[in-house]
Write a protein that binds this ligand. Structure first.
Ligand code: ZN
Ligand code: ZN
Ligand code: ZN
Length: 381
């Protein structure tokens, strides 16, 4: 393991303010009203972090933010957690409605809702909580928040973009360091541990995944790093990311141990050209599916279309996978401030895989990458 230095990108960004969060909640409530919803019900998780800065634990005890256009946001909380609910750093003070153990929390929440309303519910709300509400209010109806408002968190503001850029730069630094380690004779799990250590040392607070797919394992796009020993001649897919300052990184490079064959080099060249074509398709007003089409066309015309077995990309923000998705059928337009991955791949079953992934944001003039390490195939030892 090489020693790591302290990069300048570890300087923490200015914290979000209560005003930032209040503006997000107001915008979300207005979007819900525009979508014909009576409001939004937000459980602990990424939506709540984004809207309020609050990070309560997710448990069988009901915690729920109720947002409705023109009304004050209200947080339903267990009484024993109420003291903490008002004190997340930078978070706005919310009106609390607490409930104590032994009482029915759903009657408290139900008092805040329209009896016949249709509500957007955060995707990760527990079924038991939604079912508890439905029992109290049988004439209400619910829709998943990403179905009702898939673009709610999609367009990032300047301070969010700065965080995503810093996360990308940290992942790039991790990649630069991993190229210096020995691959041959070591297990995938050891390289994965190196990557996790590097992400943390470059300022990540959380590692979400460290895919290390060597040789035939690279043909499985989400292969978990395992006990396979990497050898000379192996292609190795490295896909890693997590959260830094609360925002995600996610990058993939495919390296080779020793000199590649002509076929391996060719497949890598095709994926690199596809990734570039996807990037070149990024501009305001283009559809999400245009990015997928541009990348896929390059892979297909090289004869590998059937081996590109996943969508081209996904959004990123306070999570490492979220809308918008770069996939056929997603006709929503790209808007400046959206951030997502472009990650075409070719997977030859039983042989090897190649994927190249950058996080990209939409600007007025086209795409801008948050991952800027060389996309040429690196040769490792
Ligand atoms: Zn090889
Ligand atoms: Zn990835
Ligand atoms: Zn990804």
């Amino acid at each position: 393991m090489p020693t790591t230095n302290t990069p300048s990108s570890n300087v923490p960004p200015a914290p979000f303010t209560a005003g930032d969060y209040r503006a997000r909640m107001a915008r979300a409530a207005r979007s819900a009203a525009d979508a014909g919803l009576a409001g939004l019900l937000v459980a602990p998780g990424p939506d709540l972090v984004h809207l309020t800065g609050h990070r309560p634990v997710t448990t069988e005890r009901l915690t729920l933010l109720v947002l409705a256009d023109g009304r004050d946001p209200v947080l339903v909380v267990p009484t024993l957690e109420a003291p903490d609910a008002g004190h997340a750093p930078g978070a706005p003070a919310l009106t609390l409605r607490d409930w104590t153990d032994g009482t029915d929390p759903y009657t408290v929440a139900a008092d805040l809702l329209d009896r016949t309303g249709r509500y957007g519910v955060s995707d990760n709300a527990w079924a038991m909580h939604l079912l508890g509400l439905q029992k109290q209010l049988p004439d209400t109806s619910y829709v998943a928040l990403t179905e009702a408002l898939p673009m709610l968190r999609a367009v990032k503001d300047a301070s969010e973009l700065a965080r995503l850029e810093a996360a990308g730069a940290a992942a790039d630094e991790a990649y630069g360091e991993i190229l210096k380690v020995r691959f041959s004779g070591r297990k995938e799990s050891e390289i994965a541990a190196d990557l996790a250590h590097l992400l943390l040392s470059f300022g990540h607070s959380q590692v979400d995944f460290t895919v290390v797919g060597s040789g035939p394992n690279g043909a499985d796009p989400h292969h978990e790093a395992g006990e396979r020993t990497i050898g000379r001649g192996d292609m190795v897919v490295l896909d890693f990311g997590g959260l830094k300052h609360g925002y995600g990184s996610d990058t993939t490079r495919t390296v080779h141990v020793g000199e590649p064959t002509a076929e391996e080099q060719h497949v890598h060249d095709v994926v690199r050209a596809a990734q570039q074509a996807g990037f070149d398709a990024v501009r305001p007003g283009a559809a999400c599916q245009d990015v997928d089409r541009a990348a896929r066309a390059v892979v297909a015309s090289a004869g590998y279309g059937e081996y590109f077995i996943h969508r081209t990309g996904h959004g990123i923000g306070v999570t490492t996978h979220e809308p918008p998705y770069m996939i056929e059928g997603e006709e929503r337009p790209l808007v400046p401030g959206m951030c997502f991955s472009i990650e075409p791949g070719i997977y030859l079953p039983g042989r090897f895989g190649v994927r190249i992934e950058d996080i990209v944001t939409v600007t007025e003039t086209g795409g801008r990458r948050f991952n800027n390490t060389p996309r040429e195939m690196a040769i490792v030892e």
